[in-house]
Design a protein around this ligand. Structure first.
Ligand code: GLU
Ligand code: MG
Length: 453
């Protein structure tokens, strides 16, 4: 960041701060998401926002090699106690938090102290990939993450967790049981100008899902953070817990964080109106073929936790088969053609991703994989119909975190896209978590991770 840019940001922040103060906002939470998938934060009093916009807020780079349990590893480029980065709030996304009175939020971009962009900034990575799609191919992406979570209370046996409602899967009874809570989730999101598409009880006990309108890739990742922290804050106020980890009960259905995407040239949605499979254009098919080819490696970013593999069960709608299919909820990529007369609704859903993912890494890496598919002129294999666990004929995605790590380490596409420092930091975190949970029983892994994200 250059000086004139920072001076402009400072004066914009001064105006924003005056408005925040008028709305009784005392402090702004500046967040970024680390490579373990945990959202970390520095707060600044509203009176310091202009200073933060001008100079950034200090933060060690070591968080990029933090694990889910806050232990620390090291990597070839990042690690150790020395060094400092500056967090710069993205004032364009500044949001007064409805369920945390007195607080506002802004996602942060990370820079070196001398103003150079930090090579391992995950948010910048997502932006770089979106910019590459535009510059190299004239393409634009719209994305949206779904948010699934399980609501618990600490009133189970020995003070342990119990589900906060008992109604059936997708049951109206469950919505009735928690209707005040769910209304407050909707109110808080609306007050923050988040456009909600749907809110409903999901399959697993105590589980709900909210989906929000599509945005540009960085915007979608920002929204994934904002939606989750909003749900968490509303839960806190209702005396319940929102659990976003991939699994709560290793025997049951887990929490996904499916990524919907559509590919556009100008205003034209390339997921429809073409002569490719399911009516998509050849370019869209090549993009999805690239994502499909890279999926075994992409899981290291999109379903990165050892707990992710407890969620990966066939016939659980977690998308564990390396295939695509129109409206197929067992395929890793579900293609959603949408109604024939709805230009904007056709999209593809990467179903295997979960809430342990850093959404910026997931979004950026999917773009990198898709663009490589276009550049290599890939075509899609025939679509999968039905549940491959029943019909057979489809390969499973790698079935262990160690196997995924292997694929990640061999992915030239992801290494080139992420750049060495970020790639190696991610690899170090994955390697350490594989080792950490190697001997652990499924319930132990679930218990260690379910409330961390
Ligand atoms: N909860 C399922 C998962 O683990 C997804 C259910 C659905 O299709 O929405 O991803
Ligand atoms: Mg769902």
């Amino acid at each position: 960041m250059h000086r004139p840019e920072r001076e402009r940001a400072e004066s914009a922040a001064r105006q924003e701060a005056a408005q925040l103060t008028a709305r009784d906002v005392r402090a702004v939470a500046l967040t970024w998401v680390d490579n373990a998938g945990i959202t970390r934060v520095k707060g600044v009093p509203t009176a310091r926002l202009a200073h933060a916009a001008r100079w950034g807020v200090g933060m060690s780079p070591v968080f990029d090699v933090y694990l889910t349990d806050d232990s620390v590893v090291t990597s070839p480029y990042i690690g150790g106690p020395t060094g400092d980065l500056r967090l710069f709030p993205d004032l364009g996304r500044l949001t007064v938090l409805a369920a945390q009175p007195g607080w506002a939020w802004a996602p942060a971009d990370r820079y070196e102290q001398d103003g150079r962009p930090y090579a391992a900034c995950q948010r910048r990575f997502a932006r770089r990939m979106a910019e590459r799609a535009a510059a190299d191919h004239g393409l634009r992406l719209r994305m949206g993450f779904e948010t699934e979570w399980i609501v618990t209370r600490d009133d189970g046996p020995n003070g342990g967790p119990s589900y906060a409602c008992s109604g059936p899967a997708y049951g109206m009874a469950r919505l009735v049981e928690l209707s005040g809570y769910l209304r407050d989730v909707l109110d808080a999101l609306a007050a923050q100008d988040v456009e909600v598409l749907q809110l409903h009880p999901e399959y697993a006990p105590g589980q709900f899902e909210v989906s929000v309108a599509a945005a540009d890739p960085v915007g979608a990742a920002d929204l994934a953070v904002l939606v989750r922290e909003t749900v968490r804050a509303v839960s806190q106020r209702h005396g319940v817990r929102a659990e976003f980890g991939p699994v709560v009960d290793p025997g049951g259905v887990g929490n996904g964080a499916h990524l919907h995407l559509s590919l556009l040239r100008g205003e034209r949605n390339l997921c429809r109106g073409g002569d490719g499979p399911s009516g998509m254009t050849a370019e869209c098919a090549a993009f999805l073929a690239g994502v499909l080819r890279e999926l075994p490696a992409l899981l290291a970013l999109g379903a990165p936790s050892p707990a992710s593999h407890l969620r990966f069960k066939p016939s659980h709608w977690a998308g564990v088969f390396a295939c695509w299919g129109p409206e197929n909820r067992e395929a890793a990529i579900r293609f959603v053609p949408g109604p024939p007369d709805a230009e904007d609704q056709a999209n593809a859903e990467v179903k295997c991703f979960d809430g342990a993912a850093n959404p910026y890494l997931a979004a950026g890496a999917v773009i990198a994989a898709g663009l490589a598919g276009i550049e290599d002129g890939l075509t899609l294999p025939p679509p999968a119909a039905g549940d491959p666990a029943v019909t057979g004929g489809q390969e499973r995605l790698p079935a262990s975190p160690a196997a995924v790590l292997d694929c990640f380490l061999r992915s030239d596409v992801l290494r080139a896209a992420l750049g060495e420092p970020l790639f190696e930091a991610v690899a170090a975190v994955r390697r350490a978590e594989v080792r950490q949970y190697e001997e652990a029983a499924p319930q132990e892994i679930a218990d260690a991770t379910r409330r961390r994200y």
